[in-house]
Ligand binder design. Structure first.
Ligand SMILES: N[C@@H](CCC(=O)N[C@@H](CSCO)C(=O)NCC(=O)O)C(=O)O
Ligand SMILES: [Zn+2]
Ligand SMILES: [Zn+2]
Length: 190
């Protein structure tokens, strides 16, 4: 038995998603008037994120966060309870003022991921969401007070459930960010 929880969705291994999943609803944790977000289709690039800014359930080391096209996401109930957590962040995380859960994160500035919203599928009772594909920002746990001496155990556990640990994003996503930077700088393709 490990002394830490990665995240309740993955502590007992990954549950494979359904490639034909039509979408579903997310709810915040308020028992009265919960915020509801409706998502068309599945999430993509779903991952465990160890960074300090993504929403993590109490006691979990990681967030589970994936992206959907902005056009596929809509707030369908109690949107008046949402507020932006940090207006200076790249990802503007819209959280419920009452329970603190992050319902979606949006990028408004010029960025490789502009046009995508960041969402947490654990907030849904629907089954079939894409399973996490990798673990990102793993070393960021240390910035939040996690002992460096236990990082080997964290990375071993991630690998044992099939999540490759990275200290930034996965190579695919880092390549997208770099491609965007190259285009902005007007670089010719080699
Ligand atoms: N060490 C920092 C890293 C934070 C960070 O850069 N997080 C990424 C990933 S979030 C989802 O994968 C990011 O893109 N952040 C932009 C933002 O959060 O607005 C830390 O731990 O805070
Ligand atoms: Zn709430
Ligand atoms: Zn994050």
């Amino acid at each position: 038995m490990s002394s830490f929880s990665l995240h309740p969705l993955i502590d007992n291994g990954l549950t494979k998603g359904n490639p034909d999943f039509p979408g579903g609803k997310l709810h915040c944790k308020c028992s009265k008037n919960p915020v509801e977000v409706t998502i068309k289709g599945n999430v993509a690039h779903n991952h465990a994120c160890g960074c300090s800014q993504c929403y993590k359930p109490k006691g979990a080391l990681f967030s589970i966060v994936g992206v959907v096209p902005v056009a596929n996401q809509s707030v369908t109930a109690n949107g008046d309870k949402l507020e932006i957590v940090n207006k200076d962040a790249t990802i503007l995380r819209h959280a419920c003022k009452e329970c603190g859960v992050h319902m979606y994160g949006r990028i408004e500035k010029d960025h490789a991921f502009k046009g995508l919203d960041f969402v947490h599928v654990e907030l849904s009772d629907d089954k079939g969401w894409q399973e996490p594909q990798f673990a990102a920002f793993v070393s960021s746990l240390i910035e939040q007070g996690f002992p460096p001496s236990k990082m080997g155990e964290v990375r071993d556990r991630l690998r044992s459930i099939g999540l490759e640990p990275y200290d930034v994003l996965s190579p695919t996503l880092m390549d997208l960010i770099a491609t965007h930077a190259a285009e902005k700088a007007g670089k010719e393709k080699l």
